[in-house]
Design a protein around this ligand. Structure first.
Ligand code: MF3
Ligand code: CO
Ligand code: CO
Length: 296
């Protein structure tokens, strides 16, 4: 049954019961409206494809492989290792696991993973650049396994951390946690963004606007978009069956960015450090589960 307080429907919009009448002329004031098929409603209204329990188990399996690949990478993060080395490690793991690295050839992306160092916000392309003591590096891995996508990333500190790198990595991690604290049916996409922005800006850091979290599972990037800034109560209401990422990109300085000459690498305009953490989440009847759970 449709709970009026969970799904905001305009008075003059078509009634979700499918009668063809305006909502105000139909179920709006009825105490027991016809049951609504939430999957159909969300697909029609927002293009969001809710996942079944079976879909979720398949995405979780893909997520397990992503976590394993992130662990393999983490063990190799040390001075002298190149980002191409990390790319090869993940590619070999994917091959062995009968999975596919989603980034390769995605809109022309040339490598298997994204490796974003220091002032690079996201979409860094693996290269012969080797890691130096004190660098921070985000490694973002998306795998497709038996047709299902899962997406996660972590930022690592290479060797000894400077106070600045410690701060930005910690604020990015806590920003993801702030977003996660909003994950339950009845809260909105705007609540997630608000919690992240409120926390990150409270730490005198800034939130990147140009890149957002996203629905995922059947494809790499599905509806809805999940901005990492926003206002309480704005946007789409979270309902059970939604699967999406939260992946706040947090800058130590200002939020503006530019895209490098390779047309992918996003860099902070003021060249300040940037960090990010990402997981894939599933909204349950009373909260959420991470399909790519890791401690951080
Ligand atoms: N994994 C990134 C995300 O979190 C997307 C990378 S797109 C690519 O959405 F083409 F750069 F791989
Ligand atoms: Co993502
Ligand atoms: Co990602």
């Amino acid at each position: 049954m449709l709970r009026n307080d969970l799904v905001k429907i305009g008075r003059n919009e078509p009634c979700p019961c499918g009668s063809g009448l305006k909502y105000k002329k139909c179920c709006m004031n009825k105490t027991s409206p016809k049951p609504v098929d939430m999957a159909k409603l969300y697909e029609r209204k927002y293009g969001i494809r809710l996942k079944t329990q079976n879909d979720v188990e398949c995405i979780r399996e893909s997520g397990r492989l992503v976590l394993e690949a992130l662990d393999l990478v983490e063990r190799q993060v040390q001075p002298g290792v190149t980002t191409n080395d990390l790319d090869r490690i993940v590619n070999a793991y994917a091959l062995k696991s009968h999975a596919v690295c989603a980034p390769l050839n995605y809109k022309g992306f040339p490598k298997n993973i994204c490796t974003s160092i220091n002032e690079v916000i996201c979409h860094g392309i693996p290269s012969d650049r080797s890691l130096n003591e004190g660098d921070i590096i985000n490694v973002d891995i998306t795998l497709v396994y038996q047709g299902y996508y899962a997406d996660a990333n972590k930022t690592f500190i290479v060797g000894e951390a400077s106070p600045d790198s410690q701060k930005i990595v910690s604020v990015a991690a806590q920003s993801l946690k702030a977003g996660m604290s909003m994950l339950k049916p009845g809260n909105t996409v705007g609540d997630i963004g608000w919690a992240i922005q409120n926390y990150a800006e409270g730490q005198k850091c800034s939130v990147v606007r140009e890149f957002v979290g996203h629905g995922i599972g059947f494809e790499f990037h599905e509806a809805p978009q999940i901005p990492h800034y926003g206002r309480k109560g704005d946007g789409i209401v979270l309902v059970p069956g939604m699967v999406f990422t939260i992946e706040p990109m947090i800058n130590l300085g200002k939020p503006e960015l530019f895209i490098a000459g390779d047309n992918w690498t996003a860099v902070t305009r003021d060249r300040s450090l940037s960090a990010q953490f990402e997981q894939t989440f599933f909204i349950t009847e009373d909260g959420y589960e991470s399909l790519t759970p890791f401690e951080f």
